[in-house]
Design a protein around this ligand. Structure first.
Ligand code: BV8
Length: 257
């Protein structure tokens, strides 16, 4: 690891254009479970990849809406961690840094990241299920949903259709503008930091691969090996909240974080 940290710090310190690509692992130390962690409690009998689909919502909208309201409450109760703050520090040090996240929480924004690209949408942007898909509002107030509660989705104020979570489900296309901006940033960067992702969900998992094949140095931060290990210039084995602040401090020594 020390060799890798020094190599990664040298790459980041000399970088002109940086992309930070994040997955649910960066929010783990904020208490937001990763996507492939076993679901806890009442949700343990469900498979997240089965719940995060249009079919699940069509079959049981109250169950799926209840799951997302529980996750939204968890995300709202969470605080950004040192990993999120280190990403914002890279943006502050290197204007033009692009943050691309697969996450649907708002922890990057709350840590100070200006305009992260959300490839998979957001827990905080519900929308009408009618083809227009216009934005919808959450019901005012409402109790903090407890885990496993079925909650009927609200109705759209404009047309009365059910409201759905503003996320990209399995089998749904990613927002074209978001994915296109992420591909452009990955192609133009000279360093990409890949943080807290298993790299198994496509097409998002293409982003670090595009950076690597177009000549960028990719630095991975993850406590576990991933399928992309051999692709990368440096593999920093550790958690986001521990490794990212150390990487930023080593990349720009003597500068306040
Ligand atoms: C698409 C939003 C085509 C919802 C998510 C059959 C039919 C259709 C498509 C497919 C198919 N078979 C395969 C596919 C493609 C499919 C796919 O990739 N499936 C995988 C499972 C094989 N992809 C899709 O369906 C995509 N759409 O292909 O559409 C199309 C085209 C045109 C027109 C119509 C259709 C859509 C995929 C998006 C799904 N939505 N999220 C929600 O959140 O509920 S994906 C979900 O996975 C999350 O966004 C999550 O971020 C993402 C990726 O997972 P990770 O972030 O990597 O999380 P994971 O738990 O896996 O890993 C965490 C990592 O962190 C681990 O490595 C762990 O070691 C590490 N870690 C843990 N703690 C820490 C840490 N790291 C650092 N610090 C720590 N403390």
């Amino acid at each position: 690891m020390p060799g890798d940290l020094e190599r990664a710090a040298g790459l980041l310190g000399a970088a002109r254009r940086v992309v930070v690509f994040t997955g649910s692992g960066i929010s783990a130390e904020s208490g937001v479970p990763t996507f492939r962690d076993d679901l806890t409690g009442l949700w343990a009998r469900f498979d997240a990849e089965r719940l995060a689909t249009p079919e699940a919502f069509d079959a049981d909208p109250d169950l799926v809406w209840g799951w997302y309201e529980w996750r939204r409450a968890r995300a709202r109760a969470a605080e950004p961690n040192a990993g999120h703050r280190a990403v914002a520090a890279v943006e502050a040090r290197l204007p033009g840094t692009t943050v691309v996240t697969q996450n649907v929480d708002d922890l990057h924004e709350r840590a100070g990241s200006r305009d992260p690209i959300h490839l998979h949408g957001s827990l905080f942007a519900p929308r009408c299920t009618a083809p227009a898909g216009h934005p919808a509002a959450f019901p005012a107030g409402g109790t903090e949903p407890d885990e496993g509660r079925r909650i009927p989705p609200p109705r759209c104020a404009s047309c009365g259709a059910p409201v759905r979570p503003g996320v990209v489900w399995f089998g749904e296309a990613l927002p074209v503008a978001a994915f296109s901006a992420a591909v452009d940033a990955a192609t133009a960067c000279d360093v990409l930091l890949s943080v807290g992702t298993s790299g198994v969900v496509y097409p998002a998992a293409e982003i670090p691969r595009i950076a690597a094949i177009t000549g960028a140095a990719v630095v991975q931060v993850n406590p576990e090996p991933t399928p992309m290990d051999e692709l990368y210039a440096a593999n920093l084995r550790g958690t986001a909240a521990a490794v990212l602040p150390a990487l930023v401090a080593a990349a720009w020594p003597g500068e306040r974080g």
